[in-house]
Design a protein around this ligand. Sequence first.
Ligand code: FES
Length: 268
Amino acid sequence: MKQIKGRVLYNQVLMSYQGAAIFLMHIQSPGLALDSKPGQFFMLQCSRNLVLRRPISVHAVEGADIISLLIAPPIDSGQAYKSGVRQLCELREGEELDLIGPLGNGFDISSTSKNILIAAGGIGIAPLKFLAETALSSGRGVTLLIGARTKSGLYPSMRLPKGADTVFTTDDGSYGKKGSVADLIPGYLTGVDQVFACGPEAMYETMQRHMDSWPVKKPVQVSLEVRMGCGVGACYSCSIRTRQGMKRVCKEGPVFDINDIIWQEVRI
Ligand code: FES
């Protein structure tokens, strides 16, 4: 973990999700991307007026010096949080940005896994593109399930990793298969060694409810999004009770085994 001054190379609207503009930002700094692993995040300073930084997961890396982030206002966040995210969206090419990271544990692809299944609900694709690219680059097979409520909320297919078997689904059937990503998972488990997911809490709860009836049992890692203060394990504001005891989402997470999560304890 380090504190870094990065330079914004690119910051434009990529897509719209539930009425909110989602920005794709590229940041450059010497060695910035070197230590990042999929599922980790950076704490971004929004402006000098806002004390609290915003946690944003690494979306992709390019070489040693460039990381990409998807900047999305959490749907049910308060005004202060939204205004911080808005300031990030207003950063323009060439402007400087202060960030701390990479932080958190990240996803853990087992050395014995040959094929993995990745399930992205809505903007949950944010940390999963990097995961898919990492798995593909190490020769693993990747099946990528991507869902949204409607076609307009789907991540642009041209930016998805090449080489993954990708399946789209929409709740209303306006594109791809009809239904939710969580409902799609059981049909893609055969031959898969691990499952990784990122999406809304409701998606995880549906997954866990149905896991007993999955045709084959697989280990599942999910990435949690909770309110964070410091992002570095010092303030305990992100602590949740899990089946493995109290955990700080910023430090021991944000990636957890789905079976360790007590959903009533997760405060979004
Ligand atoms: Fe401070 Fe996690 S945000 S300990």
